[in-house]
Every structure is written in structure tokens, then in C-alpha cells.
Design a protein around this ligand. Structure first.
Ligand code: ATP
Ligand code: MG
Ligand code: MG
Ligand code: MG
Length: 566
């Protein structure tokens, strides 16, 4: 590919609304563009990476014996009514009517559709076990789409559904999927952990999430220092032995009832008029699940009930001066200021350096801390998660103590049992000819999220550093003075042709740009290998090689380049 024919939409600007590095770099590298909240267009560069991720997943799913299908995004309401999720799923499920006033949904997941298919197509135990997968668009009307494609509304998922006569067969396929997922994420060059997960509302016996470790991750995962125990924190909390905690450093004072407040409520509470200049900022509801509601009562700003993303001031990262400061704010409890380590957007007044006199959640119903002070732009690092389980607590398996890390959920596997097959009456005839309700498993990978997660783990101050397996191109070929030196042009064109003939994907920068611009762009977009062809090198019969990750440089004899890069 030549850059003159390729939409290389790089930009130096750091987009103001992009809080996590992967989102910033995906925009800066020209991988994605936002269409509307949670909706993204994949540009050619981004799509190349997405397709690589897809290909690895497809190869491994095929190798596992799963069969690929493709189901509609639009699903009839009747199926969701039959499973009971029409009522249970909540507002993440986007519902709409067609011209005949029939109800439909945009599929957030496909258990209903696949179960409907299987109950019609599979009659006998002899056709089992069967595992069907697809790589397809999902829509979830996320309450707070954020971090670009990491938490989008429309996104690409690989979802698979397996069907079995009995639980043993389900457990077997579950293990195959567990191993397949491990291979998939290993091949992508990601540092990941499978962790035990709560089966929660979906029910069933067993569930694992696959997390890519990254400080920006929205989830917390707990590991034992001395055993293989690894679980997401919700589960670790649910099974953890009780630990006595020291009392909060500050007595709690009852200040207000948590929740979403009307302007009038707050003004009544503070005994002020809405227009009055105020000296306090109250921040509420900064939990993972609740939409942010921040009440800006500072200085000359109008008192307003605002949602973080909508506010014209700024959604800036909220950071703390020290762990102590943080603990003062958060007390011993969980979640009400959101996960630590993640920079949470909070409406703040830009003009304030020290944000004084906050009122914030103390994680105890009806109680808040008053008078807390946060320093802007101060960093926190390595602070244990603010949950009921914290680092150093005994591991639930009794072996060692817990370490807590942040993770990005990129995959999730479930033994569902008969939850959907029972509701939809999906049965097969067993060996005795008796109708038997199917056992079912489901297995998801956030294909588009993986791309962002890979960047969270693989970047430096100059941009993305792709793992080889998912890089958009393997080689960046940069000629010096292409438009002035016929010799350089000839050598570069030949290298380009030879590399391509050897099956290596090359991005040939044939723009008439300054070397610095070309180098910066190729580093920003993260191509693993760089070759510079110039007259000086050619005098000695070499091209200059540089490795994006290690920075290693070498002069490669022109006729050895292809061999060295294979
Ligand atoms: P999360 O906890 O992040 O909301 P989930 O548990 O709701 O994810 P699953 O139903 O387990 O998601 O879906 C399978 C996979 O799809 C997830 O492991 C994740 O990688 C991906 N995924 C889920 N929601 C989104 C989203 N809004 N944007 C991008 N990927 C997503
Ligand atoms: Mg979700
Ligand atoms: Mg989850
Ligand atoms: Mg999940």
C-alpha cells in the first residue's frame, strides 16, 4: 500500500474528549472517527487491525470445531418476550417498531435467535454437541458510552453458542472454549488473565472473564499471591472472608440523601437561590453504573443539573493528590467515586487548582463526607481498589493474600445450562427417544474492544506499538528524497515489490513529506518495522532498519532485507 493511495488521517492534536490513551491514539492515528455518541466509523487503517483480530478469532474458532453462522442484527420482540428478557433487559436494549407497528430490537446478544434456530434445526442427540459462532455487530444502548470503541453502543462481537445433551458435554466444550480463548489472546500478543466471574443474572454454573491487564481498565480483578486463584472483584467480594477495617479517618456526617437531585432540591438544601454565586462544588453519583451527575455550584456558573459528557465546561480527569487524600474521600467503602486508577471524568471548574470543600459519597447509605479537598492534575498510582476487598486481604481460597489489578474485559464465557433452552422449549430426542431440554453455553469476545485494549497495553510516548500479529502493516518503507533521487525511487520500488511478493504487508510512504513527518506518522501508527531507503545507505548497499518496539537499529544489506523481515 502506498500512502498516496491510503487515507492516512493522522493528527497531532490530542482530542479533548478522549480520556484514555487508546481512544486518543486511535483518533490521532486515524483509525476511527466518531459519528455520534458510541458510534464509530473505522477508517482503512483501523479496519486493517480489526480484520486481523477477526482473522485470528475465526481461525481459532474454526480449529475448535465451531461452525460459523450469521444472524440478523434486527430481532423480533416475540423471541425476547418468550425468553423473558423483553422485560428483564432494561434500557440497554434498543427497541423500535417497523411500519406495521411490530416490535423489534437491535440485538445486544443472540441467545434467543440461536436457540430459536437450534430448536427448529436440531432434532437428535446425534447432532450434538454443536457450537455456532458469528462475528457480527451488536447494539447496546450503554448508559455512558466512553473510551471510544472500548465502550461503544454499536460494536463488533464474536459470539458463540454451544448446545449439548448433558452438562458433562457442556463442561467439555466450555473447556475447549477456555483453551481457545487463551490461544486467541496469546496469538494477539496480549497480557491477559482468565478470571472467575459471577454468573449473576444470567445464571448457570461456571463463568470466566478474560481480562487484558491495563491500568485504565474499568474492572478490578483479584489474584492470590500464592495460588492460581483469580476472580473479578465482584466475585471475590461475594466469597471473601470478612475483614475488619479501621474506622474512616473522618467522622461521617449526614449531609444529604444520595441520588439525582433537582436544582430546586439542592438550592433548598443549601438554602441558596439558583442564581447566587457559590463557593462549593458538589459531586454525586460517580459510580460505574450510575450516570454522573455533577452539580456545579461554583463561582459564576449557573447552577445546573448536568451530565458529565453534556457539560460545556470540561469533563476532565479527576485525580487525587495522594492515596491518603483518596481514602479520605472514599472511606472504606466501594464505588461511589468510581474505580481508582481509572481517570474519571468529573465536571470541574477549570479555573480552580485546588478543589476545596467537596461533598462526596462515603459509601454508606445517606452519608457523605464534607469538606474534602482534591488537587487537580496530581497523580495517583498503584492505589488499591476501593472495594470491600482490598489488596492484602486473605485470598478466598485460603492461600496467600490478594493482589488487585485493573483489567479490560475482552472475553466472557458462560455455562448457561438450560436458561434459554427451557424458556424457548428447545429440546432434542435422547438415545431413548425422549425429548430432553438442551444444555447451553455462550462465549463472547469484544472484537472491536480488543483493538483498543491492545493499544492500552502497547504504546509509548510516540504512539502505538502494535504486536506483530495485529499490526495494520508489518513494514513502513520510507524513502528519502523519493521525488529527487531516481536511484532511491528505483531501490524503494523494488524493495516494495519484493517484500510484497514475500507476503509482507508494507506501507510505502511515497508522500512528498519531510523525513520527520514521515517518521512521526509511522511511529504514531505503530508499524513494527521501519526501513529507510536513502542515497547515503545505497552508496554502501544498505537500508536503515529500526524496530518500533525495541528501538534497535541496523544497516541491512539491500538484498538481505526480505529474508531478515520474514
Ligand atoms: P461490560 O462489563 O464491559 O459491560 P459485558 O459483561 O456487558 O461487558 P458481555 O455481555 O459479556 O459484555 O459481552 C461479551 C464481550 O463483548 C465483553 O466481554 C466485551 O469484551 C464486549 N463488550 C460488551 N459491551 C461492549 C461495548 N459496549 N463496547 C465494546 N465491547 C463490548
Ligand atoms: Mg455491559
Ligand atoms: Mg462485564
Ligand atoms: Mg461479560
Amino acid at each position: 500500500m502506498k500512502t498516496s493511495r491510503f487515507l492516512l488521517a493522522t493528527t497531532r492534536e490530542v482530542p479533548a474528549d478522549a480520556q484514555v490513551i487508546s481512544h486518543q491514539l486511535m483518533l490521532r492515528a486515524g483509525m476511527i472517527r466518531r459519528l455520534a455518541s458510541g458510534l464509530y466509523t473505522w477508517l482503512p487503517l483501523g479496519l486493517r487491525v480489526l480484520r486481523k483480530v477477526e482473522r485470528i478469532i475465526r481461525e481459532e474458532m474454526d480449529a475448535s470445531g465451531a461452525q460459523e453462522v450469521l444472524m440478523p442484527v434486527v430481532q423480533p420482540a416475540e423471541l425476547w418476550q418468550e425468553s423473558g428478557r423483553w422485560d428483564d433487559y432494561g434500557p440497554e436494549l434498543l427497541r423500535f417498531k417497523d411500519r406495521h407497528q411490530r416490535d423489534f430490537v437491535l440485538g445486544p446478544t443472540h441467545e434467543e435467535v440461536i436457540t430459536d434456530l437450534v430448536r427448529r434445526e436440531i432434532r437428535s442427540y446425534k447432532q450434538l454437541p454443536a457450537n455456532f459462532y458469528q462475528i457480527q455487530t451488536k447494539f447496546r444502548d450503554e448508559i455512558r458510552p466512553r473510551f471510544g470503541v472500548m465502550r461503544a453502543r454499536e460494536f463488533l462481537m464474536k459470539d458463540a453458542y454451544s448446545f449439548h445433551l448433558d452438562r458433562d458435554s457442556l463442561a467439555e466444550t466450555y473447556q475447549v472454549m477456555y483453551d481457545t480463548y487463551s490461544r486467541i489472546f496469546s496469538r494477539m500478543g496480549l497480557d491477559f488473565r482468565p478470571v472467575l466471574a459471577d454468573t449473576g443474572s444470567i445464571g448457570g454454573d461456571a463463568s470466566h472473564e478474560f481480562h487484558v491487564l491495563a491500568n485504565s481498565g474499568e474492572d478490578a480483578i483479584a489474584f492470590s499471591t500464592e495460588s492460581d486463584y483469580a476472580a473479578n472483584v465482584e466475585l471475590a467480594e461475594a466469597v471473601a472472608p470478612a475483614v475488619e477495617r479501621p474506622a474512616p479517618s473522618k467522622p461521617l456526617e449526614k449531609v444529604h440523601t444520595p441520588g439525582v437531585y433537582s436544582i430546586k432540591d439542592v438550592c433548598d438544601y443549601l438554602k441558596v437561590a439558583p442564581t447566587q454565586a457559590l463557593k462549593t462544588l458538589i459531586v454525586h453519583g460517580a459510580s460505574e453504573d450510575a450516570p454522573f451527575v455533577a452539580l456545579c455550584l461554583r463561582g459564576d456558573h449557573e447552577l445546573n443539573e448536568i451530565k458529565a459528557e453534556k457539560h460545556p465546561l470540561v469533563a476532565a480527569p479527576l485525580t487525587f493528590a495522594s492515596e491518603e487524600e483518596l481514602r479520605k474521600v472514599a472511606g472504606a467503602g466501594a464505588g461511589s467515586i468510581g474505580p481508582v486508577g481509572l481517570k474519571i471524568p468529573v465536571i470541574i471548574d477549570r479555573s480552580a487548582n485546588v478543589m476545596a470543600d467537596f461533598v462526596c459519597g462515603a459509601n454508606e447509605d445517606d452519608y457523605h463526607y464534607t469538606g474534602t479537598n482534591w488537587e487537580r492534575d496530581a497523580q495517583i498510582s498503584d492505589v488499591a481498589d476501593l472495594r470491600n476487598v482490598v489488596e492484602g486481604d486473605p485470598s478466598p481460597d485460603g492461600k496467600g493474600v490478594l493482589q488487585i489489578r485493573r483489567g479490560i474485559e475482552v472475553g466472557h464465557i458462560f455455562q448457561l445450562g438450560d436458561k434459554y433452552s427451557k424458556a424457548l422449549n428447545a429440546t432434542v430426542l435422547n438415545e431413548q427417544g425422549k425429548a430432553t431440554v438442551l444444555q447451553m453455553g455462550c462465549y463472547g469476545i469484544g472484537v472491536s474492544r480488543v483493538v483498543a485494549a491492545a493499544i492500552e497495553q502497547n504504546h509509548d510516548e510516540r504512539g502505538i506499538v502494535w504486536p506483530e500479529a495485529i499490526a495494520p502493516f508489518q513494514v513502513a518503507l520510507i524513502p528519502m528524497q523519493l521525488h529527487k533521487s531516481p536511484r532511491v525511487r528505483e531501490a524503494a520500488e523494488k524493495l516494495y515489490a519484493d517484500l510484497q511478493a514475500a507476503g509482507i504487508e508494507v506501507l510505502f510512504d511515497d508522500r512528498n513529506e519531510r523525513p520527520g513527518v514521515m517518521f512521526n506518522d509511522m511511529e504514531l501508527i505503530g508499524i513494527p518495522h521501519r526501513l529507510v531507503v536513502g542515497d547515503r545507505g545505497l552508496d554502501k548497499g544498505v537500508v536503515e532498519y529500526k524496530n518500533r518496539r525495541s528501538g534497535e537499529e541496523a544497516a541491512l544489506p539491500v538484498d538481505e532485507v526480505v529474508e531478515r523481515l520474514q
